[in-house]
Design a protein around this ligand. Structure first.
Ligand SMILES: Nc1ncnc2c1ncn2[C@@H]1O[C@H](COP(=O)(O)OP(=O)(O)OP(=O)(O)O)[C@@H](O)[C@H]1O
Ligand SMILES: O=C(O)C1=C[C@@H](O)[C@@H](O)[C@H](O)C1
Ligand SMILES: [Mg+2]
Length: 215
């Protein structure tokens, strides 16, 4: 049985959670990379909360993402996405599944760099296979040739995803196995003397107010 949302972290991951010290983990990657699917088991393992930025955005807007794209265009969607990521960055101890295009806006990096950014990489064929079986509409792939569109987006975005602190190349495992890959790889970032959150994360604000946790 899957642990409840408030279950304590598995003992083998307690130490890692302690070392993360509340830093948020941001999953980035192309549509279909598994950010939403991997985020939940990853959060459970760490005793973190999971938040899906796309779902949060749709909730704030009161309408589904496809409708926002249709009425406000991609620019309108991106403005909302940045506002949502701004709000998320004011909390700690979260695993955040970002939207696939969050990396395209520099201001989003300002928020994500306050935590650890993890790129879930997967070959285009695998992305397409997953997306063709997934009912969630992806407005950017609503074209006569979604495969060509995905390749074009990948071409533009790979250099952006590559700016993540960590790259996890998936090996065909289930989302829970990919979550374990992330957990195995995270210590290498924390050990790296050249790595630090861009804007030192203060769990206490200057006025002594604790930064709120969703927990
Ligand atoms: N490791 C995996 N193995 C098999 N199927 C997977 C895996 N990861 C995700 N999937 C499936 O692929 C589909 C897309 O995954 P998911 O929604 O998590 O992608 P995403 O990265 O969040 O995409 P988006 O950017 O569009 O939100 C879902 O149906 C999901 O169940
Ligand atoms: O890759 C993208 O640009 C997108 C991915 C999804 O997560 C959604 O954020 C939206 O469909 C746009
Ligand atoms: Mg998602």
């Amino acid at each position: 049985m899957a642990p409840a949302d408030d279950a304590p972290p598995r003992p083998s991951h307690r130490d890692l959670a302690r070392r993360l010290d509340g830093l948020n983990i941001y999953l980035v990657g192309m549509m279909g990379a598994g950010k939403s699917a991997v985020g939940r088991p990853l959060a459970e393992a760490l005793g973190y909360r999971f938040i899906d930025a796309d779902s949060a955005l749709a909730e704030v807007a009161g309408r589904p993402i496809a409708e926002i794209f249709a009425s406000d265009g991609e620019d309108g969607f991106r403005a909302l996405e940045t506002a949502v990521l701004n709000g998320i960055a004011s909390w700690h101890s979260l695993v955040v599944a970002t939207g696939g295009g969050a990396v395209t806006r520099p201001e989003n990096w300002g928020h994500m760099r306050q935590g650890v950014v993890v790129w879930l990489d997967a070959p285009a064929q695998e992305l397409l296979r997953r997306l063709s079986a997934d009912p969630t509409p992806r407005p950017l792939l609503d074209t006569p040739d979604p495969a060509a569109r995905l390749e074009a987006l990948l071409h533009d975005r790979r250099p952006l995803y590559a700016q993540a602190d960590l790259t996890v190349a998936q090996q065909g495992g289930l989302p829970s196995a990919v979550a374990l890959q992330v957990l195995d790889a995270l210590p290498s970032v924390l050990r790296d003397p050249a790595w630090a959150p861009a804007d030192p994360v203060r769990l206490q604000d200057a006025d002594g107010q604790a930064r709120p946790s969703l927990n």
